[in-house]
Design a protein. Structure first.
Length: 318
């Protein structure tokens, strides 16, 4: 919830700035049509110049090429080969927070139809944490819930999805764990569908990369996680508008997903994907130093790989 409140506060500040600017221009140049011009979406954060903060307890090897990376666990893998290109504590057990929803989305796409109508239970409507404000008895299209779950991090949507597919969250979580192990993420155990803290709900950066890589092979996955903005009539906000909390979609050229995560135990985490010139990478950062820094960490990971590859190609060109 804290993650979304901070995001909304910064977004509102930006919107107010745009409105003031639009009003000033209208008065100055007598162009009344400007009021009808939609504000162009932009990132909430500016990560171009972010000095590395002092992080108590973070020990970085002198051989680590990314000394400014703040994440306690991180990994980058190549989409085509699965090769690990960079890693820091990739196999250490971590709390996944809302990056859990990547697996929830995978199972929903594999075990349901996007046009299924899902009835929201009182259990789902009462789910704590980040929410879409679903109401008990509402009937909402499965595909809509999946967009809301990934873009707005609706914990209530994950429970509705889990109950629709498996009958209960516990049964769905067992399916999630079985799927993780099936695709090689054997150091992962899921106890719920949204990432709310539990001691028996954990993963590793490397496992999360494997899960992410699998997701991009599932039809419909990339379309959902790469969507920046969308409108649904059932969204309780008067605008009926959802905006993706994944700021990398605005901050980094080539970014195409996936999911943010935060709890006090997990810290600020992010599973990201990027594609430049046909080379797709999956970058995972867990427990970065701040909400904005996790995007800087992911950007640094991707840029290090892409720049390293360019340097290698130049050095080995005939």
């Amino acid at each position: 919830m804290r993650e979304y409140k901070e995001f909304e506060f910064r977004l509102k500040q930006r919107r107010i700035g745009h409105l003031l600017l639009a009003g000033g221009l209208a008065l100055a140049f007598f162009v009344p049509q400007i009021a009808a011009t939609p504000v162009q979406a932009e990132a909430v954060y500016d990560i171009k110049e972010m000095p590395r903060p002092d992080i108590p307890g973070l020990v970085i090897s002198p051989d680590d090429p990314l000394q400014n990376l703040t994440a306690r666990s991180a990994v980058v893998i190549d989409a085509a080969s699965g090769q690990v290109i960079y890693e820091r504590n990739k196999d250490e057990r971590r709390f996944p927070a809302s990056t859990t929803k990547i697996m929830t989305l995978i199972l929903a796409l594999e075990h349901s139809n996007m046009d299924d109508m899902v009835t929201v239970s009182s259990n789902a409507a009462g789910t704590e944490g980040s929410t879409l404000w679903l109401e008990a008895g509402e009937k909402i299209r499965m595909g809509d819930l999946l967009y809301g779950m990934m873009m707005h991090s609706g914990n209530d949507a994950t429970v509705a999805v889990a109950e629709h597919i498996a009958g209960s969250v516990d049964k769905f979580a067992a399916m999630m764990t079985a799927k993780a192990h099936e695709i090689g993420a054997v150091n992962t155990n899921f106890a719920n569908a949204n990432g709310l803290p539990r001691d028996d709900h954990y993963t590793t950066a490397y496992d999360l990369a494997k899960i992410t890589a699998y997701g991009y092979r599932v039809p419909g996955f990339e379309q959902i996680v790469s969507t920046k903005e969308i409108d649904f009539d059932w969204v309780k906000d008067p605008s009926h508008h959802l905006r993706n909390e994944n700021q990398m979609l605005w901050l980094y050229r080539g970014a195409n997903g996936v999911k943010t995560g935060y709890t006090e135990l997990a810290g600020n985490s992010f599973a990201g994907a990027a594609n430049k010139d046909g080379r797709e990478l999956y970058a995972i950062v867990i427990n970065s130093s701040s909400e904005a820094q996790r995007f800087k960490d992911a950007e640094s990971l991707c840029e290090w790989v892409y720049q390293h590859e360019i340097s290698y190609q130049l050095a080995n060109s005939p």
